[in-house]
Design a protein around this ligand. Sequence first.
Ligand code: HEC
Ligand code: HEC
Length: 263
Amino acid sequence: MTRERIVSLRNPWFTRSVGITAAIAIVAAVVGFVWLPLQHPGERFKSVWDAICSAAGLVRNAAPGTQIVRADYPTTRVEIDPQMLSGASAESIGRGATLALRCTMCHGARGLSQADTPNLAGQYPVAIYKELLDFKTGARVSAIMAPLVADLSDADMRDLAAYYAYLPRVTSSGAAAGEAPPIVTSGAPLRSIAPCGACHGEVDSKASAAWLEGQPAVYLRTQLEAFASGARRNDIGEQMRNVARGMTAAEIDAASEFYARAQ
Ligand code: HEC
Ligand code: HEC
């Protein structure tokens, strides 16, 4: 019995199958990188190389007359890094506590508000810091908060974030919350809405997504409606606006009521 080597140029089955696979790959590359981009009605490429770069996602010399659209309102300039502000020093927390004396009137003595102002106790430090910076640059508009942050330095905002993050949250077993509505537990896949917890996580959060449990229902509803209408537009990459725009009024109500009860 002859034992033919499978991987050998002398094996016609091997050379043919490799040849066919290579031919398919070449045809697919030519179609994907050259033919399809050149067929695209809106594009005018100067050369085949430009078309290839465009298909690979590299923007080269934009065609003359192409306008780069920039927002005509202030957008957030904060860059988020998950490790940012972690491991605050005791001095920083202490300085934050002193600065926070001007905030107690609305946000409560221990960061827990009695009115419908957001609670800050136990909030992720990155979320607090980002919001303060956004109030300062006008990326998040609030007639109440803007004058209060106007004279805060970057270090002040970091200290305030460290202090509030250090304060304990109100926590209960969560049993009082009742069952979470479907928009919270599973989102709405057909409308590209991920479950809220995918970004507003229990243990950690994505980017600047805040801790929502225990926030006043009125506050949550107002923010969701503001994201949906575009009145609030400081979320990086429109992450939250895309979620809120797809929610129905009933879902906004249900999610706000649920998070306000959950602690
Ligand atoms: C006069 C009342 C008032 C005072 C004083 C005040 N705040 Fe606020 N704060 C508000 C209100 C109202 C909002 C909600 C704004 C909105 O609706 O967008 C807010 C929002 C915030 C937020 C955003 C919270 C979130 O979850 O997005 C942060 C952070 C914050 N305040 C920090 C502070 C700090 C720090 C101080 C003290 C330097 C302070 N505030 C003083 C009323 C106040
Ligand atoms: C793709 C990630 C993502 C998902 C999914 C998501 N959010 Fe958000 N959300 C964010 C981010 C990021 C922010 C912070 C925006 C900013 O930078 O101010 C935010 C902010 C918010 C705020 C304002 C919080 C505050 O105190 O300022 C509310 C309320 C909120 N989200 C509710 C929800 C609800 C309810 C759901 C589920 C239906 C949801 N989010 C799903 C990313 C997400």
